[in-house]
Design a protein around this ligand. Structure first.
Ligand SMILES: *Cc1c(COP(=O)(O)O)cnc(C)c1O
Length: 345
């Protein structure tokens, strides 16, 4: 059957590389949102905890409740729940309006808009936010921002970085004035951590894609020894001989230029593989071109191997699909079976 392997050595290697940049494994907040970028949250969370990671971020409460016992804190990035079942989770707060609706005792991290303008509270509203925190008896555990261009050359990253440094100073002063503990500060995503030089003086860093083995930024910003964690494997369903001129798959897009032996494998767009339509070259990991259109549950390539690796590095398929590795990974169906390799030895 089609399946996914998750390489624990590679995951640990990537986390150690990121921890070295931040100075400590305890500073990493692993981003496990969207089913751990398609890897499988129930498989990845215990691996992160085993390496000594203490913080995790997830998309919603359902994900948070699956893994809360493994970490000191799990931050929910885009879901506000007032259910008491979620009381041990922390919530990212993206606007003053939502801050005002929270029940007393909610643990929060304030998202500050330093320039991405996707969401977040403006730096000028920080004092008002502290008033609400104290007035509504909320637990302010963190203050963070998000970089929109940490993976690009240019000054935007530095502008946001220096605005966040001002936010940190203001928040410290406000915390003292309002008599609440100084919150934990975090700003960097993977690219922000990797390009950082010198002492790392935030309390946490939210690392996603690099922990899974990828980073997509100009080599002038650095070249990093990251190792992809996930590989997707497909199993042979059948084999046949195509004679010259015979076509394969929907639309008959691929026509055999000669006699050739082809096999069909049990992964398709319903499992998260892109529906390559046969008009542009897309290669499997070992270089076999996909022949014709990808079906919902299968694809066809030349050869008759029992099993083929669809990818162990998502970069080439991302490029062929004109997208980023994040999308190739997060599309993978949660129903594919997953096997951790390299854990017990
Ligand atoms: C997804 C996400 C991250 C992780 O970004 P990477 O580029 O994958 O490291 C960090 N912070 C927030 C708020 C996110 O939504």
């Amino acid at each position: 059957m089609a399946h996914i392997t998750l390489n624990f050595h590679h995951y640990r290697h990537n986390l150690e590389l990121l921890a070295a940049k931040c100075g400590d494994m305890k500073k990493l907040m692993v981003v496990l949102k969207n089913n751990a970028y398609g890897h499988g949250i129930s498989h990845m969370a215990p691996l992160a905890a085993a390496v000594g990671v203490r913080y995790a971020a997830v998309k919603d409460c359902t994900e948070g409740l699956k893994i809360e016992g493994l970490f000191e804190r799990v931050l929910v990035l885009s879901d506000l729940s007032s259910s008491s079942a979620c009381a041990s989770l922390a919530f990212a707060i993206h606007s003053l309006e939502s801050l005002e609706t929270l029940p007393s005792g909610t643990i929060i991290h304030l998202n500050i808009d330093t320039g991405m303008h996707r969401n977040g509270i403006l730096p000028s509203a920080l004092e008002r936010a502290f008033e609400v925190v104290v007035g509504h008896n909320l637990v302010l555990e963190g203050v963070f921002t998000h970089f929109h261009s940490a993976d690009m050359l240019g000054s935007d990253y530095f502008v946001q970085r220096s605005r966040f440094d001002e936010v940190k100073a203001t928040a410290r002063t406000l915390a003292l004035r309002f008599g609440v503990p100084i919150p934990k500060f975090h700003a960097s995503n993977s690219a922000g951590v990797l390009r950082h030089c010198g002492p790392f003086d935030d309390d946490l860093a939210r690392v996603g894609i690099a922990s899974y083995g990828y980073v997509d930024m100009p080599s002038t910003l650095g070249v990093f020894d990251l190792k992809p964690v996930l590989a997707l494997w497909a199993k042979r369903m059948s084999t046949r001989t195509l004679h010259k001129g015979q076509k394969v798959g929907y639309g008959g897009i691929f026509e055999a230029p000669r006699t050739m032996v082809v096999s069909t494998y049990d992964v398709g767009y319903g499992d998260g593989l892109f529906r390559f339509d046969g008009t542009k070259e897309a290669l499997l990991q070992e270089g076999q071109p996909l022949l014709g259109r990808v079906s919902m549950d299968s694809f066809t390539v030349e050869g008759e191997a029992e099993e083929v690796c669809v990818f162990s590095d998502a970069t080439a398929l991302a490029c062929a699909a004109n997208t980023i590795t994040y999308e190739v990974l997060t599309r993978l169906s949660p129903w594919l079976s997953r096997l951790v390799i390299g854990r017990d030895e």
